[in-house]
Design a protein. Sequence first.
Length: 122
Amino acid sequence: MPLPDKHANEPTVEVDRDIVKLMQEAKAEAKRWKEEYERLRKKFEVALGDAYAATVDGEKVFTYRPKDAYAEARLREDYPDLTEHYVEWAYVSQFNFDKFKQAHPDIAKQYQSRQLVEVKTL
């Protein structure tokens, strides 16, 4: 026996079916295009090799220069025994939102995020 929907009594509004269908189609197309972009980018990066720029007909169309950023999480995952010697403890200042929300619920509510979740494809 399925559990009752805990959101059964939430406020709802009827929306235009065409807009919903177009949103769903656009989302699916965006996903396909992102996958295609990633496939092409990998191929492009292989073609670039160690070069810092790419040209088409002699005109520079892309640059791929090193920047002052590193994939630290991946480095730590790949070399845990080596990187553990460079881990340092640090004191950081941190905003305690739960305490703020308890003291000022009216203000906190104004900053509450909402998430759009698709529950049914038309």
